[in-house]
Ligand binder design. Sequence first.
Ligand code: URA
Length: 238
Amino acid sequence: MSKQTLERILQSQGFGTRKWCSRLIADGEVKIRGEIVSDYRIAYETEGLEFSVYGEEWKYREHVYIALNKPADYECSRKPSHHPGVLSLLPEQFALRDVQPVGRLDHDTTGLLLMSDDGSFIHAQSSPKRHIPKVYIATTDDPVTSQLVAQLLKGVKLHDEPAPLTAIICKMLNEHQLEIVLEQGKYHQVKRMLAAADNHCTALCRTEIGGLKLEALSLADGEWCYLDEAQRALLAAP
Ligand code: URA
């Protein structure tokens, strides 16, 4: 439980500098339980606090945990260069509170992308020590063969990796699609593994992280949702 002044609360939620937040309050743009609050010095209990800014409802969140159904042609990098950044798909408050992608998907990869402003969550989710399985559906240029599946399961050598990289599960879905489950997250890993096995990935979608399935979230392309505690607990478990 912690009490904070309204201007500090708004600042922590990404509404701008303290000065800007106190201006919002003084201008009558902030309401709590439907009533304008115009004194920025009043302290509120943050837990469970609901408020509106410019008529839009918000709930106080110490940290945000987000799942985005990433469309193609968005970059995960902080300074996107060729395509818009994934943060442009979220309310602008999230960039101001330093929400960032957990790991990266290539600009042309679609599917489940986690985002958060909780450093320890980002660190834990990205740690290779945790062996969190990630499921990808890869579309291939050349037909999928049983030899390709066997090769990906046995391991393929990439020139800058000391040991061969393996898929922990690899299934043929149809003539040009594979389901690949990886526990590592090396740069362009699926594409490079397919290239090393003499095929070529033409489309890639991440469908699961741990036990969290994109399908269960019912997000259209480019849509996002908050993840609750139960959904976050699924992230580690297969
Ligand atoms: N592997 C890739 O090649 N690209 C991604 O975006 C994710 C995994």
